[in-house]
Design a protein. Structure first.
Ligand SMILES: Cc1cc2nc3c(=O)[nH]c(=O)nc-3n(C[C@H](O)[C@H](O)[C@H](O)COP(=O)(O)OP(=O)(O)OC[C@H]3O[C@@H](n4cnc5c(N)ncnc54)[C@H](O)[C@@H]3O)c2cc1C
Length: 171
């Protein structure tokens, strides 16, 4: 936070005293970057977890053949595709100049929360090895946490989406 910070006129971006509005316009596209990063990381983690589930054997079979693991993979893949599509739709609207704050908020909210669930499930599939730093899984899991905080927390994204919904009904 800057208080009484003097900025020379040549360094002014946009209109004086309208900085927050300007930042609001940029935030939409930076939120899309968070969404896209989340989708990319989730895809990499899912690939690793699938390969592990197909090759790690316990009780005489690949652990992916146990329903408890196979169903996790199915849910992870489904969430990943939903996050990917939501992000692509918002990005396409951004290119068309029609993206709303809610579009960006939904993409960021869903993709970052899907990444959290996907990395957590991946770590579970890797079992104890998932927490060891010889493998990159625990790093993906730890790094996923910040995506729900920066560029507006998940609560703030929900606030943006719900306020826009209520505004349409006069609230
Ligand atoms: C690693 C890292 C890097 C960062 N990099 C940058 C950067 O480069 N540039 C930058 O500008 N910022 C950056 N940030 C700051 C980041 O954007 C803020 O941490 C984030 O916006 C949350 O603000 P806060 O930490 O002040 O939390 P607070 O605003 O204090 O929020 C704390 C909790 O209260 C909840 N909350 C607050 N207000 C409401 C509300 N109205 N309704 C419901 N719940 C609410 C939040 O959701 C959260 O759960 C970075 C943060 C981290 C962790």
């Amino acid at each position: 936070m800057f208080d009484n910070c003097r900025v020379p006129a040549r360094a002014l971006l946009g209109e004086k005293d309208k900085g927050f509005d300007l930042m609001g316009q940029w935030l939409g596209s930076t939120r899309l970057q968070v969404a896209a990063t989340s989708v990319g990381r989730a895809r990499r983690v899912l690939e690793m977890a699938t390969q592990w589930a197909a090759t790690r054997k316990q009780f005489g079979q690949a652990i992916g053949q146990f329903q408890g693991t196979g169903f996790k993979l199915a849910d992870m893949a489904t969430e990943l595709e939903a996050a990917d599509l939501l992000t692509h739709m918002a990005a396409w609207k951004c290119d068309q100049g029609t993206m709303t704050d809610s579009d960006a908020a939904m993409a960021k909210l869903y993709a970052s929360e899907a990444l959290a669930r996907i990395t957590d499930n991946a770590l579970q599939i890797f079992g104890g090895m998932g927490l060891m730093d010889e493998l990159p899984i625990e790093r993906f899991w730890r790094d996923a946490r910040v995506e729900r905080i920066w560029d507006g927390t998940s609560e703030i994204q929900r606030l943006i989406i719900s306020r826009a919904m209520l505004r349409e009904h006069g609230a």
